[in-house]
Ligand binder design. Structure first.
Ligand code: ZN
Length: 216
């Protein structure tokens, strides 16, 4: 099976999950699914019900950004923003925020709760059209990459929407640390990343890695 990241053919099947099989590429160290195909809207409606946790929990990756970011103002796009708990805090520290998510209930709740304006219920594929003339200083996507069926195209879209010299902040489940769970299988997650594979993806798309943090 050809690697979806580095195009090498010498990959090895490591798991079989019915309609989906998982392959490991020894060159870029990515674990990826075959096929890389969404099962359709019904699957997501059945498996992902919108639940709001009270009080809002600020995730580890969000805290890392909010507490350590060397940039604290400018325009920020959060892809997969959910209920906007993070966007709300990002706005508070000085960012002009925009968020997108396909989950309507989350976006409506974000609008209602935080009064945020720049929220859009759109798919990733619609981002370029939606923000044609807008480029962001910062683009963030936390726990999003592993859901993408075309991670390479996704990164290219992100790059297109980023200002020259802009910054990307992202998080993924760390495959080296992860406790194996059903949630980490395709078609929920199509890829499993570690430091090496993430580096290959980003450097191949001309990003310079400035910092990497691992949760202990
Ligand atoms: Zn590879």
């Amino acid at each position: 099976m050809q690697c979806i990241l580095c195009d090498n053919f010498d990959t090895m099947q490591i798991q079989d999950h019915g309609n989906y099989r998982l392959f490991h590429c020894p060159f870029c160290d990515l674990v990826f699914s075959h096929p890389m195909k969404h099962p359709g809207k019904d699957f997501y409606e059945k498996h992902y019900q919108t639940r709001f946790v009270e009080p809002p929990v600020i995730r580890w990756a969000h805290k890392m950004f909010l507490n350590n970011s060397f940039i604290k103002k400018g325009t920020l796009l959060d892809i997969g923003c959910g209920r906007c708990d993070f966007l709300h805090l990002a706005q508070k520290i000085g960012f002009n925020v925009t968020g997108i998510d396909i989950d309507e209930a989350s976006i409506l709740e974000g609008k209602k709760r935080y009064g945020l304006q720049g929220l859009h219920i759109i798919m990733i594929d619609e981002m370029i059209d939606a923000f044609k003339d807008k480029h962001f200083d910062v683009i963030a996507f936390f726990e999003v990459l592993e859901h993408m069926v075309e991670p390479n195209s996704f990164i290219k879209q992100v790059k297109y929407l980023l200002k020259k010299g802009g910054y990307v902040f992202l998080s993924v489940p760390n495959r080296s640390r992860l406790v194996k769970s059903k949630g980490d299988r395709p078609p929920k997650h199509f890829t499993r990343w570690n430091e090496k594979s993430l580096k290959v993806l980003l450097e191949k798309n001309d990003f310079e890695i400035l910092d990497l943090k691992k949760r202990q």
